[in-house]
Design a protein around this ligand. Structure first.
Ligand SMILES: Nc1ncnc2c1ncn2[C@@H]1O[C@H](COP(=O)(O)OP(=O)(O)O)[C@@H](O)[C@H]1O
Ligand SMILES: [Mg+2]
Length: 229
């Protein structure tokens, strides 16, 4: 049966590999599921890391939600996949993307309501934000940068945030995601850090990032299936 709830689409895009696209897609999807969303992840990277995470998730006894639904897809089937995800009653979709996928990036930007661009805080990483921002601008989509994998023992992230705001004038997520072992452990267990270590620092950061995203991208909370903690 079709469901008339609008589907919000958040694309997690970066032209660089290894900056945390899959880490943030999976962890934000768990945060959204915990907030009561019927959430899906569309894995557009042919490495299929998010899909692999979902296989691990099915085998894990610790997953606390049936969501997110995770589906691998090829760029030429994007529109069809989105309409099936909508038809299946999902109200929120994260698109986990491949690096260096210029053509697919345009199709994804067209479909997206909001584009989140993860970067590590290094100068060479920050440099590659520009290409993704240009795609977002060209398609008139709101976008923001999120600093990921920031070292906890230096002020590199602060410097990077200042540089991104002053030089590039790009909007930045309020929350910085630090380099934390929990992120690697969670990915390898098919979980989100909110499930693996709910009272840890990584979980706090993901909660902060999700709350910021919900406010910024206008993700309406649903209360279906929400339980008091
Ligand atoms: N904040 C973080 N703390 C620790 N490890 C991280 C963090 N973000 C990403 N990683 C690790 O870095 C690697 C690349 O992350 P991934 O999310 O797969 O990047 P992408 O999808 O952009 O290629 C993975 O091994 C992941 O576990
Ligand atoms: Mg990835």
């Amino acid at each position: 049966m079709s469901n008339s709830k609008p589907l919000k689409i958040i694309a997690i895009m970066a032209q660089k590999g290894g900056v945390g696209k899959t880490t943030l897609s999976t962890n934000l999807a768990i945060a959204a599921a915990q907030a009561g969303h019927r959430v899906a992840i569309l894995d557009m990277d042919d490495q299929r890391s998010a899909e692999y995470w979902a296989v691990l998730r099915q085998r894990s006894g610790q997953a606390q939600s049936a969501f997110p639904t995770v589906r691998g897809e090829v760029p030429s089937m994007l529109d069809r996949a989105i309409s099936e995800i909508r038809h299946d009653g999902h109200d929120l979709l994260f698109i986990d993307t491949a690096p260096n996928a210029a053509r697919a990036a345009k199709a994804i930007a067209t479909a997206a309501d909001f584009i989140l661009i993860p970067t590590k805080p290094g100068a060479l990483d920050i440099r590659s934000i520009e290409e993704t921002m240009e795609i977002a601008d060209f398609y008139g989509k709101p976008a923001a940068v999120v600093l990921n994998d920031a070292p906890t023992n230096s002020n590199l992230a602060e410097q990077a945030a200042q540089f991104i705001a002053d030089v590039h004038k790009y909007p930045l997520a309020e929350e910085v995601i630090c380099n934390r072992v929990a992120f690697s452990k969670a990915i390898g267990s098919g979980l989100g850090v909110l499930e693996l270590e709910p009272s840890g620092k990584a979980a706090d950061e993901i909660r902060g990032l999700y709350d910021w995203l919900a406010r910024t991208a206008g993700l309406n909370k649903t209360n279906s299936g929400r339980k008091a903690a």
